[in-house]
Design a protein around this ligand. Structure first.
Ligand code: MN
Length: 201
């Protein structure tokens, strides 16, 4: 089975002015596509491997042939993480951003105190990722918690259930924000899809 880029549910310019169209086009069309291509290239070495969804592959890294484990961790993780990231965002003209409502708001309040505290903790975690990586909200046995992963490692590999993610690799923001990662994180809150986060609960 060949993995493919998932369809984006919005146009490259849908997240403007917070995430610019140029960054989206390169991030999705070049960076994410490269993870997909490199993952497929690694798996092509072992056509006898059973077809597995990406989640299952990332949960079975140790069982894969040794010479493709790193490629699947990096490029398979890159494919899963980006696929998930795109679904966590929505145009601010179409309900993106603002404050969470309903069940996702209840879960955030129960786990972190209130939305303001959560937003601050998550922003600090994302800003504090050293080098390239991701900040996640995961569902940890019914309680939400914040974790970060380096490079393209994914909480899926530890059987953790992701709820929300932000990509803090420089390629996610460099064109528009240069080295100002905290400005990118502040802008990203305007495009969070709380409806998607609630579905992930
Ligand atoms: Mn990325």
């Amino acid at each position: 089975m060949k993995f493919e880029l998932p369809q984006l549910q919005y146009g490259y310019d849908a997240l403007e002015p917070y995430l610019d169209a140029g960054t989206m086009e390169i991030h999705y069309g070049k960076h994410h596509q490269a993870y997909v291509n490199n993952l497929n290239a690694a798996l092509e070495k072992y056509p006898q491997l059973p077809d597995m969804p990406i989640e299952k592959l990332l949960q079975s890294l140790d069982a894969l042939p040794e010479d493709i484990q790193t490629a699947v961790r990096n490029h398979g993780g890159g494919h899963f993480n980006h696929s998930f990231f795109w679904t966590c965002m929505r145009s601010p003209k179409d309900g993106g951003g603002g404050e969470p409502q309903g069940k996702i708001a209840d879960a955030i309040n129960a786990s972190f105190g209130d939305f303001v505290k959560f937003k601050d903790m998550f922003s600090k975690a994302a800003a504090g990722v050293f080098g390239s990586g991701w900040a996640w909200v995961i569902n940890d046995n019914g309680k939400l918690s914040i974790v970060t992963t380096p490079n393209q490692e994914s909480p899926i590999s530890k059987n953790q259930k992701p709820i929300l993610v932000i990509d803090v690799w420089e390629h996610a923001y460099y064109l528009n924000y240069q080295n100002r990662r905290p400005d990118f994180i502040a802008a990203w809150w305007h495009v969070v899809d709380w409806t998607a986060a609630e579905k992930n609960l």
